[in-house]
Ligand binder design. Structure first.
Ligand code: SF4
Ligand code: SF4
Length: 450
């Protein structure tokens, strides 16, 4: 570990444009500007078919253990815990060796978890690893912790030790493709190029999920680009339950809720946030919706507690209803009506036996019709030719970066092309390739490779 001050660590993280790599994209220099007891590294990767965290831990254990030390120094934490699945034998061996080699076993350890969903939800991770319950509307720091994805820790080490910005991203391309694999690609790589690298779809009417099958978004086509937070491109036939769920018409969903909800409460019983003692009862929300949405929208603020994990819809409900989608809709209505998410954390206690309500990933995979696709997706070199990359100026929570290049400029890989405004939440953006700027808009910078 290099001798670098806390302020210098935060500065280098900010300059490198590091954001949470697990999906949310919160700027890391802001998250680490804290004072906590624990840094918990998230290597649980609970979404089926994604292999990025596991492969990152296998291939970059040195950077993860070093990154943990820098994160601990930045946040004042005395303990670092890497939470991962007990079944990740190779990753465990690699990390344990690094903990021994770097002589940090008194402050950094591993926590091995069962293979359940959603183990990677930071509320659940903290409950498992620390036995503490993050309050409703709270954050990990409310219980003395900062959570960082293992890939973020790799980025932190590269930034602190080599001033290297975030310009690549590991992405699993899985599902119905000829050669499922995980690639490390330049940020801005077109989805189409990446899907081609995985051998193209094997099915007619292939649809694309960006992210995991539980929480990922259905893409209208294959035209997007990889960002700092892209974890997975999942190709599936249109008839797969993962796709059908996203294609269900909202009005039909409402109609089904009115006519088919059995009020059996299974959705609440399996809801991971309910298990933490949070006042989230999807069955009650469904019952109210079935009776006709009340004029008093405040009655539905509990929808804000929903993590949108999708378990209620894909695993719990015997009637094929979607309380998760209902919560998403209610959140939009609440927001439009000016009813914001409460900002004061409300302490809760996990329910008795709440920790036992775990859904095994294997069973979830079977329920989602994904068993034929549940292979290894090993790390492969990305050699697909590419003419351009398009790098979004907003790949994070906060305001977009402000472009500091213009069409015609030549840039090197790693050069700053978008700067985060000093006084606002945001993250710097860098060129992921050497090339010539083709176009700059308020949204993105397109670069032709040279
Ligand atoms: S999606 Fe369903 S199971 Fe998941 S947190 Fe929301 S209500 Fe609970
Ligand atoms: S599990 Fe399905 S049927 Fe049962 S209460 Fe929830 S939404 Fe209704």
């Amino acid at each position: 570990m290099k001798k670098v001050s806390r302020n210098e660590i935060l500065k280098r993280i900010r300059e490198a444009g590091i954001v949470g790599a697990g999906g949310a994209g919160f700027p890391t220099h802001v998250k680490y500007d804290a004072n906590v007891e624990f840094v918990v590294a998230n290597g649980a990767e609970c979404e089926p078919l994604i292999r990025v965290d596991r492969l990152t831990m296998q291939n970059h254990p040195r950077e993860i253990v070093l990154g943990m030390q820098y994160a601990m120094k930045a946040t004042g934490a005395s303990r670092g815990i890497i939470g991962l699945k007990a079944k990740y034998k190779d990753a465990i061996a690699a990390l344990e060796e690094q903990i021994r080699l770097q002589q940090v076993s008194d402050s950094i350890s591993l926590f091995k978890m069962d293979d359940f969903y959603p183990a990677g939800d930071e509320f659940i991770l903290i409950r498992e690893v620390l036995g503490r319950t993050i309050p409703e509307y709270g954050l990990p720091r409310d219980v003395g912790a900062v959570v960082s994805n293992v890939s973020t820790l790799v980025d932190v080490t590269r930034a602190v030790e080599n001033k290297q910005p975030v310009i690549t991203r590991k992405v699993t391309v899985g599902g119905a493709v000829n050669s499922p694999a995980t690639f490390e690609v330049p940020v801005g790589t077109p989805y189409e190029t990446l899907i081609r690298a995985a051998g193209n779809p094997t099915v007619e009417n292939a649809r694309l999920i960006v992210g995991g099958p539980m929480m990922g978004a259905l893409s209208p086509d294959f035209s997007g680009v990889v960002t700092k937070t892209t974890t997975s491109l999942l190709i599936l036939p249109e008839t797969n339950p993962v796709i059908l769920r996203r294609l269900t018409d909202k009005k039909r969903q409402l109609h089904l809720t009115r006519s088919a909800c059995l009020k059996c409460m299974l959705c609440s019983e399996l809801c991971p946030r309910n298990a933490l003692g949070h006042e989230l009862y999807p069955d009650r929300i469904m019952r109210s919706v079935a009776a006709g949405v009340s004029e008093d929208l405040k009655a539905y603020t509990g929808a804000y507690l929903c993590s949108e994990c999708g378990l209620c819809a894909t695993f719990a409900c015997v009637m094929n209803l979607d309380p998760c989608a209902m919560n998403v809709e209610l959140k939009k209505h609440l927001w439009d009506a000016g009813i914001k998410r409460p900002s004061v954390p409300r302490p809760t206690e996990a329910r008795v036996f709440g920790d036992l309500r775990h859904v095994p990933v294997k069973r979830l995979v079977a329920r989602l019709g994904l068993t034929p696709y549940d292979g290894p997706a090993v790390l492969k070199d990305f050699t697909e030719p590419m003419k351009t990359v398009t790098i979004p100026l907003r790949q994070h929570i906060g305001v977009p970066a402000v472009a500091c290049v213009k069409a015609g400029d030549t840039v090197t890989a790693g050069q700053l092309i978008g700067a985060a405004p000093e006084d606002k939440l945001g993250a710097n953006v860098h060129s992921s390739v050497a090339g010539r700027i083709l176009e700059v808009t308020s949204q993105a910078v397109t670069i032709e490779l040279i």
